[in-house]
Design a protein around this ligand. Structure first.
Ligand code: FMN
Length: 172
């Protein structure tokens, strides 16, 4: 039997996409932050909406540089990914602290994160809703993926410190 569910926890029912690491290059520094609030908006060109809080270094970087990379981590680097959500690029060099490897991208100055199984180079397509909703629309301009990773164990945020690790793929 279903019970009344708190409205301020509704997000935990809807979370499903993988946690992504949005990397940027701003003020001469590489940085990244985990983001679980994102959504596909279109196929071609691929448009991806991301909610990036206005206090974050990443928000400022997106507004100023209009570029980012969406990196998709797996459970192997879950600890480093979460750490990056607890500190800010304003104060911390997250690449140095986590030991993750930045690799040059080809279409944007923001770095690829080598340990992620897929990386999508993006340009900011629309930031009109960034002031009201912290919402940015990114356009994918180049994508890289390790196809040998057959069933990527991506991590999916539920709430607090609860995550779901992606499981077996099924065809229906
Ligand atoms: C699993 C996880 C998911 C997160 N998802 C989001 C999100 O969708 N949007 C957001 O603004 N912040 C999110 N955060 C918080 C940011 O990652 C955090 O504020 C980060 O320190 C900002 O880094 P920056 O200042 O270096 O940009 C998340 C944190 C964690 C741990």
């Amino acid at each position: 039997m279903k019970k009344i569910f708190p409205l301020n926890k509704v997000n935990s029912l809807l979370q499903s996409g993988p946690v992504i690491l949005v990397s940027t290059f701003y003020k001469g520094r590489n940085n990244f932050m985990p983001v679980s609030w994102h959504t596909m908006l279109d196929f071609d060109p691929p448009l991806i909406g991301v909610v990036i809080g206005s206090d974050s270094f990443t928000h400022k970087a997106l507004l100023e540089t209009k570029e980012a990379v969406i990196n998709i981590p797996t459970v192997k680097i879950a600890k480093q990914s979460l750490f990056a959500g607890k500190v800010s690029g304003y104060k911390t060099d997250k690449f140095l602290k986590t030991g993750l490897t930045s690799v040059e991208a080809s279409q944007v100055k923001a770095p690829l994160i080598d340990e992620c199984y897929a990386c999508i180079e993006c340009k900011v397509h629309d930031s009109k809703m960034s002031k009201k909703y912290d919402f940015f629309v990114l356009k994918a301009v180049k994508a890289h993926c390790d196809l040998s990773v057959r069933e990527p164990k991506t991590i999916h945020h539920v709430t607090g410190n609860i995550f779901i690790k992606a499981g077996k793929r099924i065809s229906l």
